[in-house]
Design a protein around this ligand. Structure first.
Ligand code: GDP
Ligand code: MN
Length: 386
């Protein structure tokens, strides 16, 4: 789950990480009230959306005085902000962070993220932080330092030294850096983060470190043990279909293709997407209704797939294991009747009680296209959506 910058900074404060003073506003009046409290200009107004690159899209503005602040807050609130990360449709800005502007001397980059290949937590850092970090990563990859931390050992002094020497940090700043790295690592682990990123991490005119930006992503699978963090969810920022799927415990991720697919089991869902690709088509979603899917879940799955206007055909790929084929077939027939399906449906079904399952489908009177195996089903659906 992604969270907003102002929420990430709230979490930073709990770990005594240095962040600018400020507050979140959803109206121009609120923005002015926060500004009047801080009162020392320049201030910065920052669009709160779940996407980066806001600076490049005009979502981050420095205000030299109260009038400017009022204008920028008015401009940014309610704008559809397009950044390199939002896609061309952009995002509606519903909140702004009003902060004391930082006096930035140098912009660095610092992030923590899990690396699955090595089963470690990787610290990435660069002395060339700021808005062009992606470009730096591709054109000058040696400008980015990577230090792997074994999570069972935790952050050790030698890791810290590797980062500090790699960045060429001046001796008089090493204490600040060590404290910051230790606190950030603790924040990452204690909150089950999948990403913590500070870009830019500023060195200010007074020689202090300051997290000018803050980005955090939380591991969805660990959210159940962080009641406080669950409140950070902003459903305005989520795909409405994904939000609805979560309500019904369906694992659904929307994709950009036109073949909807309904599958039981995550592994089979992955294989199904692969075979759709191999047949020359593109999946419109990942959907795992789960090994223990009920008829209601199958129905909700259909509703969700059909709410996506890109879907031109549906591939139902079922393996009857824990849940038998006859039960699933009944669920599918009921769901198709209720949902008024208007696109072609291709079904491949195997497993326990498959003969009874096929008979239920055949006797249903519905226009279901059956396939002998996965490749056949994928070829049929690919042809229909072409
Ligand atoms: P992002 O573009 O979404 O990553 O948003 P950031 O919070 O990183 O802001 C974009 C850029 O605006 C930063 O890289 C800074 O160069 C600049 N910026 C943001 N806040 C301040 C500030 O308080 N003072 C100054 N001087 N520049 C800032
Ligand atoms: Mn940034």
């Amino acid at each position: 789950m992604k969270i907003h910058e102002f929420q990430a900074k709230e979490l930073f404060r709990r770990y005594s990480l240095p962040v600018p003073g400020g507050g979140m506003a959803i109206t121009v009046e609120e923005a002015l009230a926060i500004a009047d409290e801080i009162s020392a200009y320049p201030l910065v107004v920052k669009a709160q959306i779940h996407a980066g690159g806001r600076g490049k899209g005009g979502g981050v503005k420095l205000a030299a005085n109260r009038d400017e602040l009022q204008n920028y807050a008015g401009e940014i609130l309610g704008m559809t902000l397009v950044t390199p990360q939002t896609g061309p449709e952009g995002r509606l800005v519903q909140g702004v962070l009003v902060e004391q502007a930082a006096d930035i001397v140098q912009e660095l980059y610092l992030s923590l993220l899990p690396d699955r290949a090595t089963a470690t937590i990787v610290i990435m850092a660069s002395s060339a932080g700021g808005m062009d970090i992606e470009e730096t990563a591709t054109t000058m990859p040696d400008k980015i330092i990577k230090v792997s931390v074994n999570p069972l050992q935790g952050l050790q002094p030698h890791h810290v030294r590797q980062v500090l020497f790699g960045l060429g940090i001046a001796p008089d700043m090493m204490k600040q850096w060590s404290a910051l790295l230790a606190a950030l690592y603790r924040l990452f682990v204690e909150n089950d983060c999948s990403l913590v990123e500070i870009n830019p991490l500023a060195i200010t005119g007074s020689g202090s470190l300051l997290a000018v930006d803050a980005k955090i992503e939380l591991d969805d699978n660990a959210l159940f043990r962080h009641a406080d963090l669950q409140n950070y969810r902003d459903s305005n920022e989520e795909d409405p279909l994904e939000a609805k799927a979560r309500q019904y415990n369906l694992n659904y991720i929307r994709l950009s293709g036109n073949v909807g697919n309904m599958v039981n089991g995550a592994g089979l869902a992955m294989a199904t997407m692969d075979i759709i690709k191999k047949a020359g088509a593109d999946p419109a979603n990942f959907l795992d209704v789960g090994g223990g899917a009920t008829a209601e879940m199958v129905e909700k799955g259909f509703e969700i797939i059909l709410s996506d206007p890109n879907v031109k055909g549906i591939f139902i790929n079922i393996f009857g294991g824990i849940l038998r084929c006859d039960v699933l077939a009944t669920g599918i027939v009921e769901a198709v009747r209720k949902c008024n399906v208007t696109v072609p449906l291709v079904i491949r079904m195997e497993g326990t009680n498959v003969e009874q399952g096929r008979k239920i489908l055949a006797d249903s009177g519905l226009q279901l296209i059956t396939a002998v195996d996965m490749a056949d089903a994928a070829a049929k659906v690919a042809e229909m959506v072409a």
